[in-house]
Each structure stands twice: as C-alpha cells, then as structure tokens.
Ligand binder design. Sequence first.
Ligand code: HEC
Length: 445
Amino acid sequence: MRLPNILQFIAVAAPLLLAGGLCADDEFEREPILYSASTPENRISRLQQRLDDGEMTLTHQGEKSYLPALLKALDIPAESQMLVFSKTSLQMRRISPRTPRALYFNDDVYVGFCQSGDVLEISAVDAQLGTVFYTLDQRKKEKPQFERRSDNCLVCHSSSRTEGVPGHLVRSLYVDAGGQPMLSAGSRMVDHTTPIEQRWGGWYVTGTHGSQKHLGNLVVRGRDVEEPVDNSAGQNVKELKDRLNVDRYVSPHSDIVALMVLEHQVLVHNRLVKAGFDTRQALDYDVMMNRTLENPEGTRLESTTRRIMSTGDRLVEALLLVNEAKLTEPVKGTSGYAEQFSTVGPHDPQGRSLRDLDLTTRLFKYPCSYLIYSEAFDGLPAESRDYVWRRLFDILSGHDQSEKFAHLSKDDRQAILDILRATKSNLPDYYEVIPEATTAALNAE
Ligand code: HEC
C-alpha cells in the first residue's frame, strides 16, 4: 500500500468505523440502505397506489373502522387474529385485559387494531427496506391515506431485540389486571425456539394443547408474581367471551396456531432483513475500499465474505427451524387458521407443501419455512441468496450432517428437496440434478 493510500484509507474508514461503533442502530439510515429517505415498494405502497388511482376503495365500518376492509384488501385472514392485552405497544392506554389489541398477519404484512384507537398500525415486508411501518387514521376519511412512520415506531421496532434492524417483535411477560407488564418478574422475546411453557404471557390463547402448559390468558392478581404461577384456568381455553367483549373484533379467537406461525415468521423476517442489510452494507464498503486502495473492481474483503456467511447462516437456521421447541402433545386451534394456512400451498404433485402443519411434535411437517417463496427472500442481494441456497443444499442433500441439523431426518431432507424442486421458481440449477455423491451420502446414512 502506498503512503497516500494509507492516509486516504484512514480518512475514509475511521469515521465509518467510529460511527458504526457508536450508533450502529441507525447505520441503515446511511448509504446504501437510506431507510427513511428511500421510496418503499410493498403491499401497502401498492394498495395506496390503487386507492389513489381510484381502482379500489376502503369501506369504513363504525367502531371497527377500516379494519375489515383493510384485511380483505390485503388478503389477511380474519382467522389469523391474535389478542394481546399487555400495555407494551404504541397505543398502550387503549390496551387492557378487557380491551386487548388485535393483531393480524399474512406472509408479508401485519396489522394492529385497538378498540377506540387513533390509528391502525401496519408493518409491511419490503424487499429493499426490510420492514416498513405505517399508520392509517381510524376516523372516516374521504381518501384514506397510509402514512409512513419511522422514528415513533423504531423506538421499539429497531433494537437488539430485532437484530438491530427495523423488524418485528413478540414478547411474553406477566401482566396485571390493568394490562401493565410486571417487568420485575422478567420478560422475554418469543420465537419458534421458545419453550411453550414460557410463551404467551400477556396474550389470549384459544386452542387445546393437552397437558403442555403456557402463560397465556393469565392476569396476575395482586402486586407480585408468586412462582410457580398457577395458570390452570388459562390452559386449553376455547372461548374468550367471559373475559372480554369479543363482538368488538372481527373474530372471537386468539388462535394458538396463528400465534405459533407468527412467532416463526417474525424470526425469519427479522433475519431476512438483517442478511439483506448486512450484505448490502458490506458490499458497498468493498466498493469504497477498492476505490480507495485502487484494488481491482470486485475485490472482496475477507470481512465482507464473513459478514455474508454469518448472517446467511443465521437465516438458514431460522428457515430450517433449528432448535425449535418440541411439542409433547397435539396442538389444535379454534379459528380454522391452521386449515386456512395449509390450503394456500403451493403443493407438489404428491400434494405435499411447506405449509403442511404437523402440530404434534413440531410446527411444520416439513421444517423449511414457506417464506422461501416470499418476495423478501427473492429480494435478498444475490450474494446472500446464493450463499443461503448453497448452504440449504448442503444440508438437505445430506452432505452436512452436523448436530445442529439433526432434527431433520433423511426423509425430511428428501421431502423438502422434492417439494422445493416441484414448487420453487428460480431454484439454482444444481438443485435439479442429484449428483451420485449426494445419493451415496443419503444412502450411507
Ligand atoms: C412502545 C413500543 C412500541 C412502539 C412505539 C411501537 N410498537 Fe409496534 N409493537 C410493539 C410490541 C412490543 C409488539 C409485540 C406485540 C405486543 O406486545 O403488542 C408490537 C407489534 C406490532 C405489530 C405486529 C407485528 C409484530 O411486530 O409483532 C405491528 C404491525 C406494529 N407493532 C406496528 C407498529 C407501528 C406502525 C408503530 C409506529 C406507528 C409501532 N408499532 C410502534 C411495541 C411498539
């Protein structure tokens, strides 16, 4: 390295490194992501366009406001409804055990509704910007307008709890009769690895699950949480009408299967955003360093390769449900969400789908996330996507036999490969042929 180059290197890199260390949280506000300054492209921005063009309208419906029409416009099933009664989110003064907040979701958009709320809260998966937040005024308007929101949502929706990127949250904690979280008794983030017994504190849960215990439907009376907590009245609850006025919502359920799918999906979404952002930032840094150091274009720093691999590995683990909490007895919902979710497909010629649910020992019959079909997955930078496809192939073809993936039997791996081959577009070529070595490895097991 010639001397002026070193000086230039220090001049360019030092502020970046410093800034990265001091306020890593909003690194996504700078090049190349430019989170708040960039124009979003997702289900909500497209819906707004259709409203603006007069191609469709949203009907306002009394106390439920735009909720029923919005769910319909976004193809979000009412069966996905989940009710959360902890005062842990934006409109906390509206939320209590008698007036829970309702959440709804499909593969690429989430909606939150509070009784007498000011706004509907929405988050949309955006292939470039990760997770984009909006509100929709609940009052009847001539032209309903989604407002893009950043700061006031990111306070909670971008932290170490969401991989440091704008993302989604699911928490479990003890809640008192007013809906206040009792944080001294602890709180945890929830995803598909969280044991069932620690899930759903602060949420209503409808569904049956045998003798497996959870913290749902529990309102703590008194000042302190006395362990072990007796939540026998909260188990295997099928109806909520004694606990709240369910007519105020679009469904009377807070479905256990919807909750389990949400918890899986949120983890995968956050890791997708993280892998996408990290890869783009690392590649951008490469370009700058190559220019500064007069390296040939396309020279890859070792740190870039490492960053792509490590966020890719974490994504692969989420996609393949590594460390998923085990079910010990069958789980069954009340709203019909499970049936609705599975019907969507796509199915292979044998009728199998990544959306087939097991619900006896684990969530999915074939543990590979259906989000592999999502725009967010296809929108990953090629470098990250290629790496993830390679790793998935290593594991599914049986080459990678590491302990981490031991939950995937030989049959599971084969079934997932077959389903992907039959249903996933743009699959890398090497998925199509089964090299002899692979067959041998599978047979040798
Ligand atoms: C005070 C913290 C806080 C703020 C501020 C906040 N949220 Fe949330 N949000 C949460 C928490 C915690 C959850 C998880 C469910 C719960 O506890 O209500 C959540 C859940 C959601 C969900 C369901 C998907 C998910 O992540 O689980 C949506 C949609 C959502 N918020 C939208 C918004 C929007 C839009 C804004 C800004 C206008 C916002 N939130 C501001 C804390 C917050």
